[in-house]
Design a protein around this ligand. Structure first.
Ligand code: CTP
Ligand code: MG
Length: 157
């Protein structure tokens, strides 16, 4: 998945996939750190995330990577790993309107700082072309939050 904080990534995934199919950097920060927002735990959380993704793909298991998805190096490595495992590789790009992301962010217990969210929103707006060129089997682009729930097949893989 690719999308800013508050774009609805986790909601989208949780409505469609079993808990164990979703590998979430926030959840793993909670496992190895003081909570999902413990940024000091990011390196350990991503280390675990990569190991879990590799282990699941190695068994041919459906794997949903719930991160911002904005790091091209990581993203394309997951694409290559899926290919190596003989699995289809898809992107769900939550191109949710910026105002809605900001509004949801403001309503959260632990909002992302406004400047951090602004940076994410800029990157998400600029990432579409890269996603289209990276060679994914499909890029599901969900731009209307009301339709996000119905905008893609129930289990696209
Ligand atoms: N939300 C909503 N309707 C949607 C999607 C999300 O009301 N169609 C709400 C969720 O209930 C949540 C907030 O918006 O309170 C953020 O959604 P979430 O799925 O958690 O966003 P993420 O993209 O996962 O944000 P983060 O990167 O911070 O994990
Ligand atoms: Mg989330």
């Amino acid at each position: 998945m690719v999308g800013a904080s508050g774009s609805g990534k986790s909601t989208w995934a949780e409505a469609r996939y079993r808990r164990d199919e979703i590998v979430s950097s926030d959840a793993l920060r909670g496992v190895v750190g003081s909570g999902p927002h413990d940024l000091d735990a990011s390196a350990d959380a991503f280390d675990l995330l990569e190991r879990i993704v590799a282990a699941r793909l190695g068994r041919g298991l459906t794997t949903v990577v719930d991160t911002l998805g904005l790091d091209q190096e990581r993203r394309t490595a997951w694409l290559a790993a899926a290919r190596a495992a003989g699995l289809p590789a898809l992107v769900v790009h939550l191109d949710t309107p910026s105002d809605l992301c900001r509004e949801r962010n403001r309503g959260r217990d632990r909002p992302v700082p406004a400047q951090v969210l602004a940076g994410q929103l800029r990157k998400v707006a600029a990432v579409a072309t890269a996603l289209d060129l990276e060679g994914w089997d499909a890029v599901h682009r969900l731009s209307e939050p009301g339709r996000a729930a119905e905008g893609a097949p129930q289990r696209p893989v």
